[in-house]
Design a protein around this ligand. Structure first.
Ligand SMILES: C[S@@+](CC[C@H](N)C(=O)[O-])C[C@H]1O[C@@H](n2cnc3c(N)ncnc32)[C@H](O)[C@@H]1O
Length: 240
Protein backbone atom coordinates (compact mmCIF):
# COMPACT_ATOMS: atom_id res chain seq x y z
CA UNK A 1 0.00 0.00 0.00
CA UNK A 2 1.18 3.56 -0.66
CA UNK A 3 -0.56 6.83 -0.02
CA UNK A 4 -1.45 6.92 -3.71
CA UNK A 5 -3.73 3.91 -3.33
CA UNK A 6 -6.36 6.13 -1.74
CA UNK A 7 -5.89 9.09 -4.01
CA UNK A 8 -7.71 9.32 -7.29
CA UNK A 9 -4.84 8.66 -9.68
CA UNK A 10 -6.81 10.60 -12.28
CA UNK A 11 -6.56 13.63 -9.99
CA UNK A 12 -2.79 13.22 -10.03
CA UNK A 13 -2.78 13.26 -13.82
CA UNK A 14 -4.86 16.46 -13.95
CA UNK A 15 -2.94 18.27 -11.24
CA UNK A 16 0.65 17.16 -11.61
CA UNK A 17 1.32 16.06 -15.16
CA UNK A 18 3.15 18.65 -17.23
CA UNK A 19 3.29 18.96 -21.00
CA UNK A 20 6.36 17.55 -22.74
CA UNK A 21 7.07 21.06 -24.04
CA UNK A 22 7.02 22.36 -20.47
CA UNK A 23 9.48 19.65 -19.47
CA UNK A 24 11.96 20.39 -22.30
CA UNK A 25 14.70 21.64 -19.91
CA UNK A 26 14.54 18.21 -18.24
CA UNK A 27 15.12 16.52 -21.58
CA UNK A 28 18.31 18.57 -21.97
CA UNK A 29 19.40 17.97 -18.37
CA UNK A 30 19.17 14.17 -18.55
CA UNK A 31 20.28 13.72 -22.19
CA UNK A 32 23.94 13.03 -21.23
CA UNK A 33 22.83 9.90 -19.32
CA UNK A 34 20.08 8.49 -21.56
CA UNK A 35 22.32 7.42 -24.42
CA UNK A 36 21.18 5.03 -27.20
CA UNK A 37 21.08 1.42 -26.08
CA UNK A 38 20.90 2.21 -22.37
CA UNK A 39 18.27 0.78 -20.06
CA UNK A 40 16.49 3.18 -17.68
CA UNK A 41 14.49 2.08 -14.66
CA UNK A 42 11.71 4.57 -13.84
CA UNK A 43 11.26 3.79 -10.13
CA UNK A 44 7.94 5.07 -8.77
CA UNK A 45 6.77 5.78 -12.30
CA UNK A 46 3.32 6.97 -11.18
CA UNK A 47 1.02 7.68 -14.08
CA UNK A 48 3.86 7.23 -16.57
CA UNK A 49 4.70 10.86 -17.33
CA UNK A 50 8.41 10.13 -17.79
CA UNK A 51 7.89 6.72 -19.41
CA UNK A 52 6.09 8.62 -22.17
CA UNK A 53 8.57 11.52 -22.13
CA UNK A 54 11.65 9.29 -22.39
CA UNK A 55 9.97 7.19 -25.11
CA UNK A 56 9.40 10.38 -27.14
CA UNK A 57 12.72 12.12 -26.43
CA UNK A 58 15.04 9.09 -26.42
CA UNK A 59 13.49 6.38 -28.63
CA UNK A 60 16.68 4.29 -28.56
CA UNK A 61 16.57 3.93 -24.78
CA UNK A 62 14.68 1.05 -23.10
CA UNK A 63 12.48 2.08 -20.19
CA UNK A 64 11.38 -0.31 -17.44
CA UNK A 65 8.71 1.11 -15.12
CA UNK A 66 8.17 0.01 -11.50
CA UNK A 67 5.30 1.40 -9.42
CA UNK A 68 3.85 0.23 -6.07
CA UNK A 69 0.36 1.73 -6.37
CA UNK A 70 -2.20 -0.32 -8.28
CA UNK A 71 -4.26 2.83 -8.95
CA UNK A 72 -1.29 4.63 -10.47
CA UNK A 73 -0.32 1.60 -12.59
CA UNK A 74 -3.88 1.31 -13.86
CA UNK A 75 -4.19 5.05 -14.58
CA UNK A 76 -0.94 5.01 -16.54
CA UNK A 77 -2.36 2.63 -19.15
CA UNK A 78 1.24 1.41 -19.58
CA UNK A 79 2.97 -1.85 -18.77
CA UNK A 80 4.48 -1.44 -15.30
CA UNK A 81 5.99 -3.87 -12.82
CA UNK A 82 4.75 -4.02 -9.23
CA UNK A 83 7.48 -3.13 -6.75
CA UNK A 84 9.07 -0.35 -4.76
CA UNK A 85 12.48 1.03 -3.87
CA UNK A 86 13.10 -1.67 -1.28
CA UNK A 87 12.06 -4.53 -3.61
CA UNK A 88 12.81 -3.78 -7.25
CA UNK A 89 11.60 -6.62 -9.48
CA UNK A 90 14.47 -6.59 -11.98
CA UNK A 91 17.63 -8.74 -12.16
CA UNK A 92 21.04 -7.81 -10.75
CA UNK A 93 23.16 -5.48 -12.90
CA UNK A 94 20.42 -4.98 -15.50
CA UNK A 95 19.98 -1.19 -15.74
CA UNK A 96 22.29 1.72 -16.56
CA UNK A 97 20.20 4.54 -15.09
CA UNK A 98 17.67 4.67 -12.26
CA UNK A 99 15.25 7.60 -12.58
CA UNK A 100 13.29 8.68 -9.49
CA UNK A 101 11.02 11.66 -10.08
CA UNK A 102 9.38 13.16 -6.98
CA UNK A 103 9.62 9.78 -5.26
CA UNK A 104 12.49 9.84 -2.77
CA UNK A 105 10.53 11.71 -0.06
CA UNK A 106 8.17 8.71 0.01
CA UNK A 107 10.99 6.20 0.61
CA UNK A 108 11.13 5.33 4.30
CA UNK A 109 14.17 3.01 4.36
CA UNK A 110 16.86 4.73 2.32
CA UNK A 111 19.53 2.16 3.26
CA UNK A 112 17.39 -0.71 1.92
CA UNK A 113 16.65 1.30 -1.23
CA UNK A 114 20.35 2.07 -1.69
CA UNK A 115 21.23 -1.63 -1.49
CA UNK A 116 18.59 -2.40 -4.13
CA UNK A 117 19.85 0.42 -6.39
CA UNK A 118 23.42 -0.93 -6.19
CA UNK A 119 22.12 -4.44 -6.96
CA UNK A 120 20.19 -3.49 -10.10
CA UNK A 121 22.70 -0.97 -11.52
CA UNK A 122 25.43 -2.04 -13.90
CA UNK A 123 28.97 -0.91 -13.03
CA UNK A 124 29.27 2.82 -13.69
CA UNK A 125 25.50 3.28 -13.48
CA UNK A 126 23.87 6.43 -12.16
CA UNK A 127 20.83 7.40 -10.12
CA UNK A 128 19.02 10.52 -11.34
CA UNK A 129 16.62 12.15 -8.92
CA UNK A 130 14.14 14.88 -9.79
CA UNK A 131 13.04 16.24 -6.46
CA UNK A 132 12.35 18.97 -3.99
CA UNK A 133 14.86 18.90 -1.12
CA UNK A 134 14.12 20.38 2.28
CA UNK A 135 16.86 23.02 2.18
CA UNK A 136 16.28 23.96 -1.49
CA UNK A 137 12.65 24.99 -2.01
CA UNK A 138 13.08 28.49 -3.45
CA UNK A 139 12.01 27.38 -6.91
CA UNK A 140 8.50 26.31 -5.93
CA UNK A 141 5.90 28.97 -6.76
CA UNK A 142 3.06 27.36 -4.77
CA UNK A 143 4.50 28.77 -1.51
CA UNK A 144 3.57 32.26 -2.72
CA UNK A 145 -0.12 31.39 -2.46
CA UNK A 146 0.04 28.62 0.15
CA UNK A 147 2.70 29.80 2.64
CA UNK A 148 1.54 27.26 5.25
CA UNK A 149 2.60 24.47 2.88
CA UNK A 150 6.13 25.11 4.11
CA UNK A 151 5.15 22.82 7.03
CA UNK A 152 5.24 19.87 4.64
CA UNK A 153 8.93 20.48 3.96
CA UNK A 154 9.77 18.72 7.20
CA UNK A 155 8.76 15.50 5.44
CA UNK A 156 11.29 16.05 2.65
CA UNK A 157 14.90 14.89 3.03
CA UNK A 158 17.94 17.09 2.37
CA UNK A 159 20.41 16.32 -0.43
CA UNK A 160 22.92 14.99 2.12
CA UNK A 161 20.28 12.81 3.79
CA UNK A 162 19.37 11.26 0.44
CA UNK A 163 22.93 10.69 -0.76
CA UNK A 164 24.17 9.50 2.64
CA UNK A 165 21.07 7.41 3.32
CA UNK A 166 21.27 5.65 -0.03
CA UNK A 167 25.06 5.32 0.29
CA UNK A 168 25.95 7.12 -2.94
CA UNK A 169 28.17 10.08 -3.83
CA UNK A 170 26.83 13.35 -5.27
CA UNK A 171 28.06 13.96 -8.81
CA UNK A 172 25.80 16.81 -9.90
CA UNK A 173 23.15 19.03 -8.36
CA UNK A 174 21.31 21.78 -10.17
CA UNK A 175 17.90 23.43 -10.29
CA UNK A 176 16.08 22.72 -13.55
CA UNK A 177 13.19 24.92 -14.70
CA UNK A 178 9.90 23.60 -16.04
CA UNK A 179 6.73 25.26 -17.30
CA UNK A 180 4.30 23.86 -14.77
CA UNK A 181 1.24 25.55 -16.33
CA UNK A 182 0.58 27.88 -19.25
CA UNK A 183 -0.83 30.52 -16.86
CA UNK A 184 -1.90 30.99 -13.26
CA UNK A 185 -5.51 30.53 -14.42
CA UNK A 186 -4.53 27.17 -15.91
CA UNK A 187 -2.74 26.29 -12.67
CA UNK A 188 -5.83 27.20 -10.63
CA UNK A 189 -8.09 25.10 -12.84
CA UNK A 190 -5.98 21.96 -12.38
CA UNK A 191 -5.17 22.40 -8.69
CA UNK A 192 -6.05 19.30 -6.60
CA UNK A 193 -5.19 19.28 -2.91
CA UNK A 194 -5.06 15.49 -2.70
CA UNK A 195 -2.54 15.19 -5.53
CA UNK A 196 0.33 17.12 -3.95
CA UNK A 197 2.31 16.32 -0.80
CA UNK A 198 2.78 20.05 -0.14
CA UNK A 199 -0.94 20.83 -0.36
CA UNK A 200 -2.04 17.75 1.59
CA UNK A 201 -0.39 19.31 4.66
CA UNK A 202 -2.92 22.18 4.62
CA UNK A 203 -6.22 22.39 6.45
CA UNK A 204 -9.33 22.83 4.27
CA UNK A 205 -9.46 26.51 5.34
CA UNK A 206 -5.79 27.11 4.47
CA UNK A 207 -6.26 25.46 1.10
CA UNK A 208 -9.40 27.51 0.34
CA UNK A 209 -7.70 30.79 1.32
CA UNK A 210 -4.65 29.99 -0.82
CA UNK A 211 -6.84 29.08 -3.75
CA UNK A 212 -8.56 32.48 -3.44
CA UNK A 213 -5.12 34.21 -3.49
CA UNK A 214 -4.17 32.19 -6.56
CA UNK A 215 -7.43 33.06 -8.36
CA UNK A 216 -6.98 36.77 -7.52
CA UNK A 217 -3.45 36.73 -8.97
CA UNK A 218 -4.65 34.76 -12.01
CA UNK A 219 -7.15 37.52 -12.78
CA UNK A 220 -4.36 40.07 -13.27
CA UNK A 221 -1.24 38.09 -14.23
CA UNK A 222 -0.65 36.26 -17.50
CA UNK A 223 2.31 34.28 -18.76
CA UNK A 224 3.59 30.80 -18.01
CA UNK A 225 4.12 29.43 -14.51
CA UNK A 226 7.75 28.37 -14.15
CA UNK A 227 8.91 26.25 -11.21
CA UNK A 228 12.25 24.63 -10.47
CA UNK A 229 12.95 21.19 -9.09
CA UNK A 230 16.45 19.81 -8.55
CA UNK A 231 18.28 17.25 -10.61
CA UNK A 232 20.54 15.24 -8.27
CA UNK A 233 22.92 12.80 -9.93
CA UNK A 234 24.35 10.06 -7.71
CA UNK A 235 27.03 7.50 -8.45
CA UNK A 236 28.21 4.61 -6.35
CA UNK A 237 30.98 5.77 -4.06
CA UNK A 238 34.31 5.08 -5.79
CA UNK A 239 32.89 5.13 -9.33
CA UNK A 240 34.65 7.39 -11.82
C1 LIG B 1 4.57 12.21 -6.74
S1 LIG B 1 4.37 10.65 -7.51
C2 LIG B 1 5.55 10.77 -8.86
C3 LIG B 1 5.20 9.90 -10.04
C4 LIG B 1 6.16 10.01 -11.23
N1 LIG B 1 7.49 9.60 -10.87
C5 LIG B 1 6.15 11.42 -11.79
O1 LIG B 1 7.13 12.14 -11.65
O2 LIG B 1 5.12 11.80 -12.38
C6 LIG B 1 5.19 9.56 -6.39
C7 LIG B 1 5.14 8.10 -6.79
O3 LIG B 1 6.04 7.35 -5.98
C8 LIG B 1 5.42 6.12 -5.67
N2 LIG B 1 6.06 5.58 -4.45
C9 LIG B 1 5.70 5.79 -3.17
N3 LIG B 1 6.52 5.15 -2.33
C10 LIG B 1 7.45 4.52 -3.12
C11 LIG B 1 8.56 3.66 -2.84
N4 LIG B 1 8.91 3.35 -1.58
N5 LIG B 1 9.27 3.17 -3.87
C12 LIG B 1 8.94 3.51 -5.15
N6 LIG B 1 7.88 4.30 -5.47
C13 LIG B 1 7.15 4.80 -4.47
C14 LIG B 1 3.96 6.48 -5.51
O4 LIG B 1 3.11 5.36 -5.59
C15 LIG B 1 3.77 7.48 -6.63
O5 LIG B 1 3.38 6.88 -7.83
Amino acid sequence: MTRYDDVEASSYRVAREISLEGLAPWRDAVAPYLLPGRTVLDLGAGTGLFVRAFGTWFPEVSVVAVEPSADMRRASGLPMLTGDAAAIPVPDASVDVVWMSTVVHHVRDLAAAGAELRRVLRPGGVVLLRSLFRERHGGIGLFRFFPEAVRALSGFPTVDEVAGGLGFAVRRLEAVPQVTASSLADKASTLRQEADTLLRALSAEEFAAGRERLLAAAAVESGPVVDHLDLLVLKTAGAV
